[in-house]
Design a protein around this ligand. Sequence first.
Ligand code: IDC
Length: 457
Amino acid sequence: MIKLRKILFILLLCFSIVLVGCEFNTEEDYHNWDSEIVKEATCTEDGIIRYTKGSESHEDAIPALGHVSVTDSIPATCTEYGKDITKCDRCGEIITSKNNANKPTGHHFVTEIIQESVNGSIGIKKRYCEECEMVDSEYKYVNNGYSRYGKLHVEGANLVDKDNNPVQLIGLSTHGLHWYGEYVNEASLAAAKEAFNINVFRFSLYTSENGYCECSATEKERLYQLVLSGVKIATKLDMYAIVDWHMLGGGKNKDDRNPQYYQEEAKEFFDRITKDLADYDNVFYEIMNEPNGSKVTWAICKAYAEEIIPIIRANCPDAIVLCGNPNYSSDLSSPRRNPLSFDNIMYTFHFYAGDEDMQSTTEVTKAYSAGLPIFITEHGGMDADGDGAIDYDSIARWYSALDARNISYVAWNISHKNESSGILSSKKANLDDFSNDNLKAWGKYYKAHIKERLGLK
Ligand code: IDC
């Protein structure tokens, strides 16, 4: 029994010594043991510290430090999304994330003259993005705008400039402003002008088919302002403008094929717009787009013109008036036999080269030779419904007849409508892409033709 007690006592003593020893050891970790950092802790990984004393050693973990992050936002560029960049100030690790709310801004193209075109000489322009300086293109151009020709007037069968030299205007028409009016903005029109080197825009204000005479008062006012702003933009771009009263009798309201059907509205419209544009001498007034139907004779068209022209002239005494005629403005023999008695009148002629049997170049050349001033305010290389394939032989014949006589022409139309006459392939976000990549066959052909005509190829 005594023996057992002794054993127990010894055991207890040993245990106490071990305990005291352990306590002593812990104290020594801090004071007496050598320590050495085997591996530094980083932002993401634990480090290791080793303690040694004599032959004894043990290791402890140093906890990972964690990132010290700073977030920076990088704005979107012309072509790339903005980014949020999170960077650790300690280890430099970068975590980049796309900022979906910060969309690419798109290029902001501007043009710069590198070599100026003076009096018809060939100049050079550069189109580049003013944000990122990417050069889009460098191209030849010729100054053929208002600053060169000034106020135009009609002499015999010709349109002439301020010095009485014949002038040919070449341009583009909008589609119906109540359908595709979005292209009437400075960026679009400037891009179209630059791409095609044109000098006239025609603004087509449809009267029926829910157009100007068949819509709400608010919409009517909006369309009016659109025409006005179109003319002002064209003016700023050094161009001429045609205000087109686009009566046609399309859609359901066939009565609108007769210009007299909306005559009162026409009088009101032309009075208001010629007052608003009294100071603009680069504007043509096309008073009836396309009279048509067997009952709509030249006598009717002429009577209507005699009502409208004095209203225009009261506010703009020298404005050139463009006068339509029967059979969709394809009858020049009637006005040739029985012309209007005002000065500064030109007769419109419209043709669609795919439907050659309807019109022929002879109708135009004959009338021109007889002294009738003619302005082709609308034409296309396709069929008269504005769609179908381009008849390249026919359109080429037309251009050689017109160009030989300096007869002015305007092509149908600036829109991305899914028909071959809408020159644009698709609706681009900024509405200002008139590069060949975004042009249908008609747009490309017309552009190439104009460049050739102006000696820019
Ligand atoms: C056409 C447009 C077409 C639109 C139609 C409405 O191309 O998208 O649906 O008018 O009536 C003309 C007219 C002109 C026509 C064009 C093509 O002046 O308004 O545009 N055309 O059909 N005369 C002969 C052809």
